[in-house]
Design a protein around this ligand. Structure first.
Ligand code: ATP
Length: 219
């Protein structure tokens, strides 16, 4: 019997301000689970879901992602959202990759359960859910997401598709905002970052209290 393997690419968008071990751990787990040939980190120029611009500029965030994934052959990065003006809408990005890869490749958009709660409010959410396979990462031990707002706004079929695409990923209790807050207080956050990313942040004086106040002293 002829067995045709589906080519699958995972797209993982976020601010990555900065990228941390939570991001890389779940990316590797999702890549494995989905049997994907590649997972691309896609740093947003400006997330439409966040109230403020990222603290680090696009070039620094991109450089830190390169450093964090250097030892992971299936992880890669795309700067397509950094190069596009305006808010970084996921649907525009998915369409860019669809044009690039054509219809033979399955595109999965990876999102954490926290960010997925408001999926029905995302820009042209129905089109987005029809344009790719949205895979929701449920952090180990967390309750199952409630898809009833999605069902009400976008229809039961789309909510069922989301429920069928929930991936259990390891619980890594780390967030970029907590890392930034600790860095601003001069705390050592090296256990939450790839060593090369930690070095980069120190060399560039990123996320300090604030850079104008001179070099940050880490304890
Ligand atoms: P912030 O604390 O600034 O909101 P963040 O740590 O959540 O940042 P983002 O760059 O906003 O990082 O996240 C990108 C994506 O990664 C989102 O879909 C988010 O849900 C997911 N994510 C972030 N941290 C983790 C983690 N520790 N485990 C699993 N998923 C995560």
């Amino acid at each position: 019997m002829l067995c045709v393997m589906t080519r699958r690419i995972v797209l993982f968008g976020g601010s990555f301000d900065p990228i941390h071990v939570g991001h890389t751990t779940v990316a590797r787990a999702a890549c494995e689970h989905l049997e994907a040939e590649r997972l691309l980190f896609i740093p947003a120029r400006r997330s439409p879901h966040k109230h403020r611009e990222p603290i680090a500029d696009g070039a620094d965030r991109l450089a830190m992602i390169h450093l964090a994934i250097a030892d992971h052959p299936r992880l890669d990065v795309s700067d397509c959202e950094l190069r596009r003006a305006g808010p970084s809408y996921t649907l525009d990005t998915v369409r860019t990759f669809r044009r690039m890869y054509g219809d033979a490749v399955e595109l999965c958009w990876l999102v954490g359960a926290d960010a997925a709660r408001d999926l029905h409010r995302w820009h042209r959410a129905a089109e987005l859910l029809d344009a790719c396979r949205v895979c929701v990462m449920r952090r180990g031990g967390a309750p199952a997401p409630d898809w009833s707002p999605v069902a009400r706004a976008l229809g039961r079929e789309r909510a069922d598709a989301l429920a069928a695409n929930v991936i259990e990923t390891p619980l890594v209790d780390v967030s970029s905002s907590a890392i930034r807050a600790d860095l601003a207080r001069g705390k050592d956050v090296s256990d939450r970052l790839a060593p090369a990313v930690w070095d980069y942040i120190r060399r560039r004086g990123l996320y300090g209290p604030q850079n104008a106040a001179g070099p940050v002293v880490f304890d």
